[in-house]
Design a protein around this ligand. Structure first.
Ligand SMILES: Cc1cc2nc3c(=O)[nH]c(=O)nc-3n(C[C@H](O)[C@H](O)[C@H](O)COP(=O)(O)OP(=O)(O)OC[C@H]3O[C@@H](n4cnc5c(N)ncnc54)[C@H](O)[C@@H]3O)c2cc1C
Length: 502
C-alpha cells in the first residue's frame, strides 16, 4: 500500500472511541495542542464496551472514581451502569470539543508503515456505505480494546442445535428478548454472570447460574464512604474525586498485597462474607470456593450483594457441575441432573482480538506481533510509531490508559522537538539473549480469553521494562520517569539510512 494516494494526512490516528480513545484524545488536545488527529471508530457511536454491550443490568465492576478519568470528577454512585458511563464520556467529548475529531462507522482493516515516508497508511471501510477510506498518519494510537466486539466466545456443546429455546450471548444480546416468567440458565460465573443473574432474577421464573468452577466475589455498598463524608462537608467535587481515587487506590494496593502475602486469610474473609449472606445451610464450599488463589483472576465486585440476595430469596440458584449436553428443553449435567430452560445465556467470555483484527504490514511485509517483544505492554520491537493501550485487570483499565496517554503525548512532543520522524523500541545489546516468554505469566494471571490467545500475542522479556506487569503501583512512577533518550528508543530522522543510533 506504500505509494497509494491518500485523501488526508493527520499527525496521529487513534483507533477506537471507547474510554481509552476518548481519554487519549483529551490528553492529546491538552498536551499537544498543535497535533492534528482523528479517531476512527467502527461503531456508530462512542463508548466501546459500554456501547456494544446491552445485556440486562450491564454495569461496571470497578468504581468510577478510578475507572473514570483523572481529569473529570465522577459524582454518582461508584458502580455505574453502561448508560451512566456513556453519559459521562459524552460530557467529556462535549466539554473538550472532541466530536469533530471522531469518525464513526469506519472499520480499519489494514495499516501499512512506510519507512521511506515515515507514515502509516490506514485503510478503513465505511460500514454504512462500503466505501474504502485511506488516511495516512504519523503515529498510530491503538485504543481498540482487547476483545472482538459483537462476537463473544461460546464453547460448542453437544446438542446445542436440539435446544428449542433461545441461546443469548451477553455481547450480542437480543434487545427484544422477553424473559418475564421464563426459566433462565446463565452459563458462567464471572463478572458478567454475576451482573445478569440478579438483573433477571425476580422477573424471570427462575435463574440458575451454572458454573464449572466457582469464582471469588467481593460485596459492599455501592458507595464510597470518604466521598459521602466529603460531600456532607460540601467539599468541591474535584477534590472529592481526587481524594476518593487516592483512598480507593491505597485500599486496593493493601488488598492486592494481602492477596499475595496472606492468600488464605483473604480467602477466609471473602468466603466468610458469602456465608454470612447465604446462611449456615448453604453449601459455600461447593458453590463459592475457588481452587485458585485470590487475585489470579479478577475478583468481581457485587454491589449491595444483589447476586447473593437473589440466591437467598430463591429467585436465583447456583449449580456447580459440568455440561454433558444440551437437550430440547435445557441442559443435562454430568451428574445426571437436568436444568430446564427457556433461555440459556452463555456468559462464557470473549474472543481476544489482537489489535482490532487489523492486517498490519511494514513496507509491505506482513507484521506478526508474536515475533515482537513488548516494551512495557505498550510498544513493540521493530514496530515504528505505534502505541497500544492494554489496561489493567486488577485495577481499573483507565488508570493505565491514562498513563500510556501521558507517555504517548510526551513521546510525540519529544519527537517534535528533536525532529525525529519515527521511533521504535529495540532490545539493548546486553538484552539480545534475554529469554522471550509468552505475553503473560499464567502463575500470575490466567483468565481464559488470554490463555486462549497466548499464541498470537507479542512476547515479554524477563525485566519489567519488557513486560505488561499489571502493576499500577509500580507503573504510576515508572511511566512518567521513562527516559526518552534511553538507547531503548531508536529514532529515525528521515529514511531508513538515517538511523540516529547508526
Ligand atoms: C461487560 C464488561 C464490563 C467491564 N467492566 C470493567 C470494569 O468495571 N472495570 C475495568 O477496568 N474494565 C472493565 N471491562 C474491561 C473493559 O473492556 C475496559 O475496561 C474498557 O472499557 C476498555 O476500553 P477501551 O476503550 O480500551 O476498549 P473498548 O471499550 O473495547 O473500545 C474499543 C473501541 O475500538 C473500536 N474498534 C476496535 N477495532 C476497531 C477497528 N479495527 N477499526 C475501528 N474501530 C475499532 C471498537 O468498536 C470499540 O468501540 C469490562 C468489559 C466488559 C465486556
Amino acid at each position: 500500500m506504500t505509494k497509494q494516494i491518500v485523501a488526508e494526512h493527520v499527525d496521529v490516528l487513534i483507533v477506537g472511541a471507547g474510554i481509552s480513545g476518548v481519554g487519549g484524545a483529551y490528553h492529546l488536545r491538552r498536551h499537544n495542542p498543535d497535533t492534528s488527529f482523528v479517531i476512527l471508530e467502527a461503531e456508530e457511536s462512542f463508548g466501546g464496551t459500554w456501547w456494544t454491550h446491552r445485556f440486562p443490568g450491564i454495569r461496571s465492576d470497578s468504581d468510577l472514581h478510578t475507572f473514570g478519568y483523572s481529569f473529570k470528577p465522577w459524582i454518582g454512585p461508584p458502580i455505574a451502569t453502561a448508560e451512566e458511563i456513556r453519559s459521562y464520556m459524552g460530557a467529556v467529548i462535549d466539554e473538550n470539543d472532541l466530536a469533530r475529531h471522531i469518525r464513526y462507522r469506519h472499520r480499519i482493516l489494514k495499516a501499512d508503515w512506510s519507512y521511506e515516508d515515515s507514515r502509516w497508511v490506514v485503510e478503513a471501510v465505511r460500514t454504512d456505505t462500503d466505501e474504502t477510506v485511506r488516511i495516512s498518519a504519523g503515529f498510530l494510537w491503538m485504543c481498540q480494546g482487547y476483545y472482538r466486539h459483537n462476537q463473544g466466545y461460546t464453547p460448542q456443546w453437544e446438542g446445542m442445535v436440539d435446544f428449542q429455546g433461545t441461546i443469548a450471548h451477553p455481547e450480542t444480546w437480543p434487545e427484544d428478548l422477553d424473559y418475564a416468567g421464563k426459566n433462565v440458565v446463565v452459563i458462567g460465573s464471572g463478572a458478567t454472570a454475576a451482573t445478569v443473574v440478579p438483573a433477571m432474577a425476580g422477573t424471570a421464573a427462575h435463574v440458575t447460574m451454572l458454573q464449572r468452577s466457582p469464582t471469588f466475589f467481593r460485596t459492599g455498598r455501592n458507595a464510597i464512604e470518604i466521598a459521602e463524608t466529603l460531600r456532607e462537608l460540601q467539599v468541591d467535587e474535584t477534590w472529592i474525586h481526587e481524594i476518593s481515587r487516592r483512598k480507593i487506590l491505597f485500599d486496593q494496593a493493601a488488598f492486592t498485597d494481602m492477596c499475595f502475602e496472606k492468600p488464605d486469610a483473604v480467602k477466609n474473609d471473602l468466603l466468610g462474607n458469602v456465608r454470612a449472606l447465604l446462611g449456615p445451610d448453604y453449601d459455600v464450599d461447593k458453590h463459592f470456593t475457588p481452587s485458585y488463589r485470590p487475585w489470579r483472576q479478577r475478583i468481581a465486585f457485587v454491589p449491595d450483594a444483589d447476586l447473593f440476595k437473589a440466591i437467598a430469596d430463591g429467585t436465583a440458584s447456583v449449580a456447580t457441575d459440568e455440561i454433558d449436553r444440551f437437550t430440547e428443553t435445557g441442559i443435562r449435567l454430568k451428574s445426571g441432573e437436568t436444568l430446564d430452560a427457556d433461555i440459556i445465556v452463555t456468559a462464557t467470555g470473549f474472543n481476544m482480538s489482537m489489535m482490532g483484527d487489523i492486517a498490519f504490514t511494514i513496507d509491505g511485509k506482513p507484521l506478526d506481533f508474536r515475533d515482537t517483544v513488548t516494551y512495557r505492554g505498550t510498544m513493540f520491537t521493530g514496530v515504528p510509531n505505534l502505541a497500544w493501550v492494554f489496561g489493567y485487570f486488577r485495577a481499573s483499565w483507565t488508570l493505565r490508559s491514562e498513563l500510556v496517554a501521558e507517555f504517548v503525548c510526551r513521546l510525540l512532543n519529544h519527537m517534535k522537538a528533536t525532529g525525529a520522524k519515527s521511533v521504535e523500541p529495540a532490545l539493548r545489546p546486553s538484552e539480545q539473549d534475554m529469554p522471550q516468554l509468552p505475553w503473560i505469566d499464567p502463575e500470575n494471571f490466567n483468565p481464559g480469553y488470554l490463555m486462549r490467545a497466548i499464541d498470537i500475542l507479542p512476547k515479554r522479556g524477563t525485566t519489567s521494562e519488557w513486560q505488561h506487569t499489571q502493576d499500577y503501583w509500580r507503573e504510576k512512577d515508572a511511566f512518567p520517569a521513562i527516559d526518552l533518550e534511553d538507547e531503548v528508543f531508536v529514532y529515525r530522522w528521515g529514511q531508513r539510512s538515517e538511523v540516529a543510533a547508526e
